[in-house]
Write a protein that binds this ligand. Structure first.
Ligand code: SF4
Length: 290
């Protein structure tokens, strides 16, 4: 059986950078303890467990951000912002309550946050193509002063109405499905020719989605590795499934099933941006044995 590993499988630059920063501060005695990460550093349980072993715990915001800081100000030394980014309020609250921040927001997400702020300041109706409950999108929404319209599905496009005299700007979640973003942007532009469309899908996501379509066409079986909570991982699998129904989504090697490979001559493996190399290697080794 011929095995192809995606050239983009695993941590993207943004996640790699966030992980390296956390690894570095965990070893640095000058960084204020205890260190907490705001949510999961990446959507992968194995990576989160590894970070916890380094002494960096996970913490969640419960209730309003102001109350959260009141509660944690004496319990947290350093707070890490993940690569997904967060709204602007946290920076002033951390300063006010003297909590050190380590910001690992991916520079590509920062770019979209800044765009959201700039369009809001210019009194433009912002449209975000993305999942409104996703961490990155929630942050972008806050940078837009919570004044954006979400497009998550084709149904949202049908019910989409804006004052025709208003300026409109369309931005997207960095890990959105390129096909959906293109389709949604085309429909919005047709209805509102004044809409300014900015393709804010990150280049890494774009390359991965283009590659998985080609791999799904050329291979009998596709294995996509990632966590179900990881938007970009599940997206890769969904795109692959559209082309090749023999596409399987797994979190780790133990979930592989030998019957998937019956009669299979060519298999390709891809992995989401939050999947660590050690999990990809385990999957690769197990498939080699089939
Ligand atoms: S997927 Fe793209 S935007 Fe998101 S963390 Fe990775 S490099 Fe950054």
């Amino acid at each position: 059986m011929e095995i192809t590993l995606s050239q983009y499988a695993g941590f993207c630059e943004g996640v790699e950078r966030a992980y390296d920063i956390v690894e570095k501060i965990a070893k640095d005695p000058l960084v204020k303890r205890p260190i907490f990460v705001l949510g999961s550093l990446v959507h992968n349980d194995d990576v989160v467990a590894k970070i916890e072993k380094m002494g960096v715990q996970k913490i969640h915001v419960e209730g309003p951000l102001e109350d959260f800081f009141e509660k944690i100000k004496n319990e947290v030394g350093t707070l890490v912002i993940t690569a997904h980014g967060i709204g602007p309020k946290i920076y002033e609250l951390a300063k006010k309550h003297k909590v050190d921040l380590v910001d690992t927001t991916c520079p590509r997400v920062i770019k979209v946050q800044r765009l959201a702020k700039a369009f809001f300041d210019r009194n433009t109706q912002i449209v975000i193509i993305g999942e409104k409950n996703h961490k990155e999108v929630k942050g972008i929404y806050e940078w837009a002063n919570k004044k954006a319209i979400f497009i998550e599905t084709d149904e949202d496009l049908c019910g989409f109405d804006v004052d025709p005299g208003k300026k409109i700007a369309v931005i997207s979640q960095t890990t959105q499905d390129q096909e959906f973003v293109d389709r949604a942007a085309a429909q919005i532009s047709k209805k509102y020719p004044q809409a300014e469309v900015i393709d804010s899908i990150c280049l890494t996501t774009h390359h991965r989605q283009t590659e998985i379509k080609q791999l799904a066409e050329k291979n009998d079986v596709i294995i996509a590795i990632g966590s179900p909570e990881s938007a970009n991982s599940t997206r890769l699998w969904e795109i692959s499934q559209r082309v090749n129904p023999a596409s399987y989504f797994i979190q780790r090697a133990s979930e592989l099933k030998s019957q998937w490979f019956a009669g299979c001559k060519k298999v390709a493996i891809t992995a989401g941006a939050s999947t660590p190399k050690w999990i990809i290697d385990e999957v690769l080794e197990k498939i080699k044995k089939y």
